[in-house]
Ligand binder design. Structure first.
Ligand code: WT7
Length: 664
């Protein structure tokens, strides 16, 4: 790495930089024309329910609601008595209101040169045809449809077609195994599956249909499989069950009369991992979810539908894709980029080529990706014109200040506000975030609750902590996009989210309120360690480690320890050629331990530091800390099917056994 980069401005220099820029003031350019004006917080706080009701006027209602909120803790109903159709709100109304020629998606295929431009008029025709096709397959309102697809336009069309006919979809990320898929199909009791023959990953066509075939061996209730041809080539075919998309969908009428559904009609189920091995089916319903996603999208990303090109670089197999590739942006009539592949497909500058070519103005992605891009170096973004970018977003995990500063400098050219957005599959949409043009930003802080959201940081007894203290993140009042339950398990819903602090939604995250009252997320509380009675955040130590010049990424876990309760174990990847030899390695380990001790304090010194070429990550890019904890405690490895690369774990485990000497 060259010396003039943030990538190497670390340690003391980074600390100095962060001190100097303890916060960035709201940008004047934004303040003038921002969708959100400073009075927004006060207006919403005065009467949050009325504020959300005002925002709900943006939707197209077949019948207006009677009661904005019915709250029977922990069960909420929003916009009771209202009737609407989600697909009409996403698509039809834009065509009806004269925006049919507006581009809904610039779709970019993984193979270079493959593009599709889909206008709202095109989307309406496609969704109408797919809705007819599902009806021909006997799908009726309320019946569940599973979607297991790559990032192709048909995936969005499939979701909207389900929504149009009132059939809740359950999208399963295309990287999940057949077993994981089967479990989800069974739990949701989906009767129809929409999939593709295969998907592209870094230039290779990988099969998808065989996973569906395998899954369906244990899913006898599934009657039809609708298959998009994406990669070509041979596929196994079950007559009477399997149907090609191009045979069935393409011959349908491009007009379809929508039906209006209740505001609380189930829109989708999305499975997410909990603390137990069994994933939870998070249920979202129609109106409240649409109001929440569209409102947050409009204010947080300052979305100007006439001029912005919005890009959420995520997969529709996750909630980020549902809320900010599909529903929020479409309700707002946005133009989005949808990209099929990985950031390095066709070269490590692939993203920047896309930003340049489509003049992307808003980019929303995850810290883990930012750190990867950082590791590759700034020459890739520097070789493209990124001047179209005006706002950057981050989501999915706490963003370390170093990555935040790098994102700001090398992608945002020091002139794009960064919104660090905290939320969850369960919350449906963004909950804690700065608002561009209004709130200051601080590298690493999500700052404050979105208007109309009542978030708090509380201690063990559920009492608010003062400024400068840490605790648990809770939400005190219902919000429109909140999960309506865990599919088929109301008790688990109550136990998981509403029992730790009576009357409050417990998110599972640790947080602190700084001296200014701004909120910092500290990671899941199962990642917060207790070392000799000291409470230490794994994230804080990770921040310290990645602040060291040679370190690319770090993951810290609390392993049980007979003396101190928990002990800190750090897994570290190094940049480039550093620490090639054994000797370099042990020198680096000892330097790192000292570095952590000087940055945070001796109590934060890791017991063990394990250097490794990769960290184990889920397919959504989250570091699997639980698994690292197992490795650190020499436990048997559990289920690793959701890992990006299962061999990484074995390798780490072997390193650990071979180098117990890194312990003090
Ligand atoms: C968990 C939820 C939100 C869509 C993608 C993840 C962590 C999420 C942030 C953030 C710190 C964050 C939390 C949360 N998280 N965003 N900006 N700062 N942590 O959805 O898979 O349901 O995960 O992701 O720990 O509980 P998810």
């Amino acid at each position: 790495m060259s010396n003039d980069t943030i990538g190497s401005i670390q340690g003391e220099a980074l600390a100095a930089l962060l001190h100097e820029h303890r916060h960035f003031s709201p940008s004047e350019a934004f303040a003038k024309s921002a969708n959100a004006q400073p009075s927004i917080y006060e207006e919403a706080a005065q009467d949050p329910v009325a504020w959300w009701a005002k925002e709900a006027e943006h939707l197209k209602w077949e019948k207006r609601w009677d009661t904005t909120l019915e709250w029977d803790l922990p069960f909420a109903k929003w916009f009771v008595g209202g009737k609407l159709n989600a697909a009409v709100n996403c698509v039809d109304r834009h065509v009806e209101e004269g925006r049919g020629d507006k581009v809904a998606y610039y779709w970019v295929g993984e193979p270079e040169g493959e593009h599709r431009v889909i206008t709202y008029r095109d989307l309406l025709a496609m969704v109408s045809q797919a809705a007819h096709a599902l009806e021909e397959l006997g799908v009726t309102a309320g019946e569940r449809v599973a979607i297991y697809m790559p990032m192709i336009p048909e995936a969005v069309v499939a979701m909207l077609a389900c929504a149009r006919i009132g059939a809740p979809h359950s999208v399963v990320f295309g990287g999940f195994s057949s077993e994981a898929l089967a479990g989800r199909i069974q739990d949701a009791d989906a009767r129809v599956i929409i999939t593709a023959d295969g998907q592209f990953r870094r230039g290779t066509a990988l099969p998808l249909k065989p996973q569906v075939d395998a899954a369906l061996e244990t899913c006898p209730n599934v009657r039809s499989v609708l298959v998009v041809r994406r990669t070509g080539g041979e596929v196994n075919w079950v007559e009477g069950r399997d149907v090609w998309w191009h045979d069935l969908v393409d011959r349908q009428s491009t007009t379809h009369t929508p039906e209006a559904f209740d505001a609380e009609h189930p829109l989708y189920i999305m499975y997410t991992s909990g603390t137990t091995a069994r994933p939870k089916g998070i249920l979202h319903t129609t109106a409240g979810y649409l109001v929440h996603t569209a409102t947050t999208h409009r204010y947080i990303f300052d979305l100007k539908p006439e001029s912005d090109i919005f890009w959420t670089a995520a997969d529709i197999g996750w909630v980020t894709g549902h809320s900010y590739i599909v529903y929020g942006p479409l309700v707002n009539g946005s133009t989005s980029v949808m990209y099929e592949g990985t950031p390095d497909a066709g070269g490590k500058d692939r993203w920047w080529k896309i930003v340049e070519e489509y003049k992307v103005s808003i980019l929303y992605t995850a810290p883990t990706t930012i750190r990867t891009l950082m590791k590759w170096g700034e020459s890739y973004p520097a070789s493209h014109d990124l001047s179209s970018l005006r706002l950057l977003g981050s989501v999915g995990e706490p963003i370390n200040p170093e990555a935040w500063m790098w994102y700001r400098k090398y992608i945002g050219r020091d002139n794009c506000p960064i919104v660090d957005t905290w939320w969850q599959t369960e919350t449906g949409g963004i909950m804690i975030t700065p608002l561009p043009g209004i709130t200051s930003t601080k590298p690493g802080a999500a700052m404050r609750a979105f208007p109309g959201i009542d978030a708090d940081v509380v201690d063990d007894h559920g009492d608010s902590v003062p400024n400068g203290a840490g605790g648990y993140l809770v939400i005190r009042k219902p919000w429109p996009g909140m999960l309506r339950g865990i599919w088929g398990d109301p008790e688990r819903y109550r136990d998981t989210y509403w029992s730790r602090f009576p009357g409050m939604y417990f998110a599972g995250d640790g947080a602190k309120r700084d001296e200014d009252g701004d909120i910092w997320l500290l990671g899941r509380v199962d990642d917060v360690m207790n070392i000799s009675g000291h409470r230490i955040s794994t994230t804080e130590i990770e921040h310290a480690l990645v602040g060291y010049p040679a370190v690319a990424e770090a993951a810290v876990v609390g392993a049980s320890d007979p003396i101190t309760g928990q002990a800190i174990v750090a897994f570290v990847t190094v940049k480039g050629e550093q620490a090639k030899s054994e000797e370099d390695g042990s020198q680096l380990v000892s330097d790192l331990r000292d570095h952590v001790a000087t940055t945070i304090g001796p109590i934060a010194k890791p017991r063990q530091i394990i250097l490794t070429p990769e960290l184990p990550k889920t397919r959504s890019g989250k570091i699997m800390r639980r698994l690292l904890r197992d490795v650190a405690e020499h436990r048997e490895l559990g289920d690793v099917t959701t890992l990006l690369d299962p061999t990484v774990v074995k390798m780490i485990d072997e390193n650990l056994k071979a180098h117990p000497g890194t312990e003090e």
